[in-house]
Design a protein around this ligand. Structure first.
Ligand code: 13P
Length: 249
């Protein structure tokens, strides 16, 4: 059985007090214990969030890290720093990092290596832009993103990888991929993994969907056989909405 996962990506939202309040509100919700629940907070809140979630099953995830292990990279955060404060997982490759901070597939391959070497798990984000969807190249785009950033990995390293397909046109737009569109591309992702590795590996990897997931559409999307959960932006900033999505399986 693949792990079912719902992860909130807070992006650059909430000050320290708001972060603390949202975590308290989340801890007060009853959350389906079959679902792994995670929140990706801004890095400045990570240590406090780790401490605050000690007595809960909520995992705290970083939104980014640098590919170098240490050094003269002013303003950056390393994988070992994350590990040292009790963070075990990092999001890599989010479309906002690719678009606004010019992260490339090659750089992401380095980040993935550094994260795994430090003992972090990776939630790897990828997905096509609107023009690519319209021109029908989305299958190729997704294959290429996976192959350039991840296909150098050995099969056993995939134990530490979760995939998050996030079509750029559905992020923060209110427009969601239909459950059928999500299923179609998630099945494609599994086929690509089967071709590169094998069916057993492909079947073992959790593939999350992200892009305008809300309490009203989560159950339909999560009902698809190749969708193993969601990466939630806006709706993760509200404890009731996020809990409703966790409980939508
Ligand atoms: P929204 O849920 O706000 O569309 O954001 C999705 C996302 O980017 C999660 O990483």
């Amino acid at each position: 059985m693949r792990k079912q996962i719902v992860a909130g990506n807070w992006k650059m939202n909430l000050d320290a007090k708001q972060s603390q309040e949202l975590i308290e509100a989340l801890k007060a919700q009853s959350l389906d214990s079959n679902v792994s629940v995670a929140i990706a907070t801004p890095s400045v809140h990570l240590a406090a969030a780790v401490a605050q979630t000690q007595d809960s099953s909520i995992d705290v995830v970083a939104q980014n890290m640098h590919q170098a292990t240490s050094g003269a990279y002013t303003g950056e955060v390393s994988a070992t720093m994350l590990k040292s404060i009790g963070v075990n997982t990092v999001l890599l490759g989010h479309s906002e990092r690719r678009a606004y901070f010019h992260e490339t597939d090659a750089q992401l391959a380095e980040k993935v290596n550094t994260a795994l070497d430090a003992g972090l798990n990776v939630i790897f984000c990828f997905g096509e832009e609107l023009e690519e969807r319209k021109s029908g190249s989305h299958f190729d785009v997704v294959s290429s993103q996976l192959s350039k950033a991840l296909f150098h990995l050995k099969a056993n390293q995939w134990d530490h990888i979760v995939l998050a397909y996030e079509p750029v046109w559905a992020i923060g737009t209110g427009e969601t991929a239909s459950p059928e569109q999500a299923q179609e591309i998630h099945a494609h992702i599994r086929a690509v993994l089967t071709a590169q590795y094998d069916a057993a590996l492909a079947e073992s990897i959790s593939v999350l969907y992200g892009g305008s997931v809300k309490p009203s559409n989560a159950a339909d999307i999560f009902s698809k056989p190749d969708v193993d959960g969601g990466l939630i932006g806006g709706a993760s900033l509200n404890a009731e909405d996020f809990a409703a999505i966790v409980n939508a399986f």
